[in-house]
Design a protein around this ligand. Structure first.
Ligand code: SF4
Length: 389
């Protein structure tokens, strides 16, 4: 087996493991270690890392987990991720997790944080809010206080102080990881045939369960191997895929988009890996640096409040331009308010910019890919016909 196949196999094993054995092993390797889970979108993993704990991304149950108990806690007309996350909890798969963070994104996640508190009273549970105002003295101060509250909560959980030096060190470690993640995205945009969408996704996803240093090492190795490999160049069109920032699509859906003739050259999957788009400064007060980075150097997506209407959706137009994409695929979880409420506004912006798009919905356990392949395949064909006209 080639070196890159071994990396891909490891990533796939981590993806499939709903008992989180890698995180369990990390915890068991030294007495006193703690694991802090977080739901998709964004949490400042630097603070968890500085506390000496492992940040662990909890991304629902995917298409492998049968939801037996979780359905009883939620009505049927909401997305699936809260139900499968409850299933992970009540089935004991998360019984080694010492804390859970629920980042601000929607009412479903907010409610889930309250339910988690009731269901797992011994676990440190924190609803992590983010600013909706980007003025330094207002939203910045508010967010700085949120970061401090999280810091104090983790200090209590870990029984030790988190000093500024540790925070600054962790910021540097995550800067390194973000740089590597950006390299993967840049590499894929340049040579997408050498970075299949599902492979790049699994590589990123491994970073949500492994210690960050190990993940950075893994990306370096993967990039070295991917650059040198020989892969056939297909006559695919280039697309940006958006709307997948919370509940995860089945792996087959990501593969289907590519198999139907679309190279994915950008996406909003696993945003926590690149929410901050520049290095966070490592001089000065670390929480202030994290706060200002969120305010002024963070990814514009449907998961983030955009204060000016003129700016709404421009991140997609920029992504299309910067990545040399020819169209956009909106793929959103069924009943996902943040993604589906934004979609008409984003489609309006794309229409004005003369960028073609299609849209469909999915659930993390969707099994039938044929309609998606047909829709994405027809989209790819129409783009090729257009561009040749
Ligand atoms: S998929 Fe959408 S609606 Fe469901 S929890 Fe995530 S952000 Fe909220």
């Amino acid at each position: 087996m080639s070196a890159i196949d071994k990396i891909n196999e490891r990533c796939f094993d981590l993806y499939e493991d709903l008992h989180f054995n890698a995180a369990r092993e990390w915890k068991d390797a030294k007495p006193g270690r703690k694991v802090v889970g977080y739901m998709p979108i964004y949490v400042p993993r630097e603070i968890i890392h500085a506390a000496g704990m492992l940040p662990l991304g909890i991304l629902g149950g995917g298409d492998q987990l049968e939801v037996i108990h979780g359905d009883a806690y939620y009505q049927s007309y909401i997305c699936r991720i809260p139900r499968s996350t409850i299933e992970l909890g009540v089935s004991g798969r998360l019984n080694f997790v010492d804390g859970m963070l629920f980042p601000s994104i929607c009412d479903v996640i907010r409610n889930l944080s309250g339910m988690w508190k009731l269901m797992f009273p011994d676990v440190y549970v924190h609803y992590f809010d983010v600013p909706q105002n980007y003025i330094d003295d207002i939203g910045g101060n508010y967010y700085r206080n949120e970061l401090q509250e999280l810091r104090e909560g983790l200090e209590e959980l870990g029984g030790r102080k988190i000093d500024d030096a540790a925070l600054t060190h962790s910021i540097g470690v995550y800067n390194d990881n973000r740089r590597l993640v950006r390299q993967v995205y840049d590499f894929r945009a340049k040579q997408p045939w050498k970075a299949p969408a599902a492979e790049a996704y699994l590589l990123m996803r491994a970073g949500l369960v492994l210690p960050v240093e190990e993940h950075s090492h893994m990306i370096r190795d993967w990039l070295k191997e991917a650059e040198n490999r020989d892969m056939p160049v297909r006559d695919n069109c280039r697309v940006v895929v958006t709307g997948l920032f919370c509940e995860q699509p089945p792996l087959n859906l990501i593969k289907s988009i590519e198999l139907s003739g679309c190279y994915v050259v950008d996406d909003d999957l696993l945003l926590v890996t690149r929410w901050l788009i520049d290095d966070v400064p490592t001089d000065g007060e670390p929480l202030n640096n994290l706060s200002l980075a969120f305010l002024h150097h963070s990814e514009e997506t449907s998961a983030k409040y955009v204060p000016t209407l003129a700016e709404k959706g421009q991140h997609l137009v920029r992504a299309v331009k910067n990545r040399g994409a020819e169209g956009v695929i909106f793929a959103s979880p069924s009943f996902c308010d943040p993604a589906l409420l934004d979609r008409p506004m984003l489609q309006h912006v794309l229409t004005a910019a003369n960028i073609p798009y299609i849209a469909f919905k999915f659930a993390e356990n969707s099994g039938q890919m044929q309609p998606i392949r047909e829709q994405a395949g027809t989209f790819a064909d129409s783009i090729k016909l257009w561009s040749e006209a």
